[in-house]
Design a protein around this ligand. Structure first.
Ligand code: ATP
Ligand code: MG
Length: 814
């Protein structure tokens, strides 16, 4: 970002850009306009880390970057989900300054940041870029990959997700298909096709090497250093696959491309007819047969269309022969019609896939139209391109200066008008009725007898006195216009034909007779009004001329009216691409080259008005709604009008030196960019702080809840564990006690057993002694008895008292 206090003049701006460029800082803000100086070398500044870094950040809070613009546009689109908040990124700059690369980078950013990155539509929109580049870009002296058509890309969002896209193309440069200046190439796709197709398919389409084709070899060198056509052909095929092209469609595309090449090699021999009339013969009919075979049309029909023409006079159809120039023109016109039909079909086909009728959703549009051109030889195409750039520049000025100053007057703001170079007179010179150059051209195009020179005469006659117009000193067929970006000399050769952009009826008939739908449908749409009569006739109407289209509504033609019509609802973001040198050399900053671009793009005036003006305008209620956070709620009296609240907020929120940075109008508050940035920055800080507080409480609550849960679980675990441990201990103790009891009881029993055993033994001993005694007694008694028997006392009765004593004795012994 350029420092606020820098004294802005040409030198300081130029020098600042240089210092930054030397430090490899290619992006610089001047206000909210992003200046991008082409590095011609890839830096590692577009990775996902950078996408994340810039996501949701306000412009100006991080170093300048294309992603910051993408991020700001995306945030706005997400904030409101409808078309009321449409954003448009207007990328301008001269050829080779990096518009197309920037477009792709913004698109890549949107694809990466959108909330469904694996979205198929997103991938298809991304893949449309290499496809259209193959068919619409070519090598020019200024740019090896120059877009030869204008592109307006709309990306539709719903809830922050890409839901569709739409490509609108403008003014494909048709002359390139048949002629290229030295050092230039035809459209990339031809070289890619010849380099990438395998031999079998080359045979199928009858193809040779690029240097064998007149339509490809006029520039001298068919190769571009650093470009691999084979690889790019593979990328093209994969893009077609992602976009759902069928193999028949691919085959048709290759057939049309091949037939254009074959047609280019058709040559003619001059011949004189009997009445001195010029005529031609086809030199070799091999190419004609190839083209007829590939396009599925009659070969004789092609020969007829290229060598004769049908004219109608007094309801009679006359066949006249063409001279060699006319025959060559017919051939080229045929090839151009084929290719341009193919290109229109491709864009329609891509839209058919990616455009889902999503009109009501919010959109980010990116405008990438060809840059201002000033070649050694400039023709009708350059006039169209430069006129488109004049319009773009006019709208830029209108947005930045005119409308802004008108708004200040309406809102009664104190303001001293800033002057700027208005390019409206140039636009009038080119397109104002009735004698604007394009009107003159259109009138001449309707005169059958008119020629390019008669058109030039009319231009000289009507504009010779204008200081924006110049006649050549020598007698050459040229005129010059002083454009906003410098004077350009235009050679009028071919102006009328190119403007008519018509095909002879015979050629239209021929194309419509093709069995290939792309040929007959697109021809019908482009070259006929109403259905083409199947019966050959030379009097059907041709469609409007290019100049008429351009004059009618240039804004609509370039899609830019959408941007400015809704001003200020539709929010434009400007990216100004700068080419640092004319040699396409990396990191080489050529001061005069950059200075010229800064001058003609009105960069300084733009910065001046951005800095001194009030580019930010918000309705009071909107302002209060957005910035009331900046002051305590108690300072804002309830029920006070919004304007009063605005005043309070600004007095309190803006510093003393910033008090001159705003004004209150009748219905809006007007802010300078620097104050808006400060307010936005402070608002972001407060919101961030508030968000952090909310996060803190939420996190505290969550952490507490988690802690309590964990604590409860821990206590439970502890309880269970302790229970288990105590249980285990108890079990062990119980086992030990049981064991002790067992041992004790065992011991006790053993003791008792021993006592009993001893007693039993004693008793047994006693019994045995008793028994022995009894036995001894018995023996003694028997002896006595034996003895008494002799005396006869054996049978004496024992007296009762004695028996009792005996019995007692016995018991004791027991
Ligand atoms: N941001 C970038 N980083 C690296 N190289 C870049 C960048 N931008 C542009 N270039 C280089 O500059 C070349 C030209 O850029 P680009 O094709 O975008 O120009 P352009 O403005 O679209 O030109 P034209 O009007 O001719 O289409 C690219 O091929 C690329 O090599
Ligand atoms: Mg480009």
């Amino acid at each position: 970002m350029l420092p606020e206090k820098v004294d802005l003049n040409e030198a300081s701006l130029l020098w600042n850009l240089k210092i930054r460029y030397d430090k490899e800082l290619i992006y610089t803000y001047t206000g909210s306009i992003l200046v991008a100086v082409n590095p011609y070398k890839m830096f590692d500044i577009y990775g996902t880390d950078q996408v994340k870094l810039y996501e949701g950040r306000i412009l100006g809070t991080l170093p300048p970057h294309l992603f910051a613009v993408g991020s700001s546009a995306y945030s706005q689109v997400c904030a409101a989900n409808n078309s009321s908040n449409n954003q448009v990124v207007v990328i301008s700059g001269e050829s080779g300054s990096g518009k197309t690369e920037s477009t792709k980078l913004v698109m890549q950013y949107l694809a990466a940041v959108n909330r469904a990155p694996s979205n198929l539509v997103t991938e298809q929109i991304l893949e449309a870029a290499p496809l259209l580049e193959s068919f619409g870009n070519a090598k020019t002296p200024r740019n090896d990959n120059s877009s030869r058509f204008g592109k307006y890309l709309e990306v539709f969002f719903r809830d922050g997700v890409i839901v569709g896209g739409k490509v609108t193309q403008y003014l494909l440069e048709k002359s390139r298909i048949v002629t290229q200046a030295n050092g230039e190439r035809n459209y990339h796709v031809f070289y890619e096709l010849l380099s990438g197709l395998d031999q079998q398919l080359r045979d199928k389409y009858g193809l040779l090497d690029p240097d064998k084709y007149f339509y490809l070899n006029q520039g001298g060198n068919c190769k571009i250093e650093g470009k691999n056509d084979t690889q790019d052909f593979k990328a093209l095929l994969s893009a077609m696959q992602v976009l759902g092209f069928t193999s028949e469609e691919q085959d048709t595309i290759f057939k049309i491309l091949s037939s254009v090449l074959h047609l280019g090699n058709v040559y003619f021999h001059r011949k004189n007819l009997r009445h001195g009339q010029d005529a031609v013969d086809i030199g070799s009919d091999a190419e004609i047969r190839w083209a007829a075979h590939l396009l599925q049309i009659n070969a004789d029909g092609i020969i007829r269309a290229l060598t004769t023409k049908t004219t109608e006079a007094r309801n009679e159809r006359l066949l006249t022969t063409l001279n060699i120039d006319q025959a060559l023109d017919a051939r080229d016109a045929f090839a151009k019609a084929l290719y341009s039909s193919l290109f229109s079909w491709l864009v329609a086909r891509v839209n058919h896939i990616v455009y889902k009728g999503t009109k009501q959703t919010a959109a980010i549009s990116i405008l990438d139209i060809f840059g201002f051109e000033n070649f050694v030889e400039n023709s009708f195409e350059q006039l169209c391109i430069n006129y488109a750039n004049e319009n773009l520049h006019f709208y830029f000025n209108k947005h930045i200066f005119k409308l802004e100053q008108q708004e200040y007057a309406k809102e009664k703001i104190d303001w001293t008008t800033i002057t700027y170079t208005d390019n409206l007179p140039i636009i009038h010179l080119i397109a104002k009725k009735p004698v604007g150059i394009l009107h003159l051209l259109d009138d001449e195009s309707n005169f059958p007898k008119a020629s390019d020179l008669s058109f030039l005469e009319k231009c000289h006659y009507n504009h010779a006195l204008s200081e924006l117009y110049s006649r050549p000193r020598m007698n050459s067929a040229e005129f010059a216009i002083k454009h906003y970006a410098g004077q350009v000399w235009y050679n009028v050769d071919g102006f009328l034909d190119k403007n008519r952009d018509t095909l002879r009826p015979d050629v239209v008939e021929l194309l419509i007779s093709s069995k290939i739908p792309i040929c007959y449908d697109e021809t019908q749409n482009t070259y006929c009004i109403g259905p083409f009569p199947r019966q050959p006739t030379a009097t059907f109407r041709i469609h409007v001329t290019v100049s008429k289209l351009l004059i009618k509504n240039p804004a609509q033609l370039f899609g830019i009216n959408l941007i400015f019509q809704n001003f200020p609802r539709c929010n434009p973001w400007f990216v100004r691409c700068i080419k640092p040198n004319n040699e396409k050399a990396p990191m080489k900053y050529d001061m005069p080259c950059v200075l010229e671009q800064l001058r003609y793009t009105g960069m300084l005036e733009t910065i001046r008005i951005r800095k001194t003006g009030y580019p930010v305008r918000l309705p009071f209620a909107h302002f209060v709604d957005r910035y009331h956070y900046l002051v305590p709620a108690t300072c804002l009296p309830r029920g006070a009008p919004s304007k009063e609240l605005c005043r309070i907020i600004l007095e309190k929120a803006a510093s003393a030196e910033d008090q001159c940075q705003y004004q209150l109008g009748l219905s809006r508050v007007f802010l300078r960019e620097s104050l808006e940035r400060t307010l936005e920055y402070n608002r972001a800080l407060i919101l961030e702080k508030a968000a952090i507080t909310v996060q803190r409480y939420t996190r505290g609550f969550l952490a507490r809840r988690r802690f309590l849960n964990i604590a409860r679980s821990a206590v439970l675990l502890q309880a269970v564990y302790r229970g288990y441990r105590e249980y285990k201990k108890y079990r062990a103790l119980k086992k030990a006690v049981l064991m002790a009891q067992k041992l004790y009881r065992g011991k006790k029993q053993r003791e008792r057993y021993a006592v009993l055993k001893e007693e039993i033994a004693k008793r047994a001993e006693l019994e045995r002694a008793n028994r022995e005694r009894a036995k001894a007694k018995q023996q003694r008694e028997e002896q006595e008895r034996a003895t008494r028997a002799v005396a006869g006392v054996n049978h004496l009765e024992i007296p009762a008292e004695l028996a009792f004593i005996y019995s007692k004795l016995d018991g004791k012994l027991l």
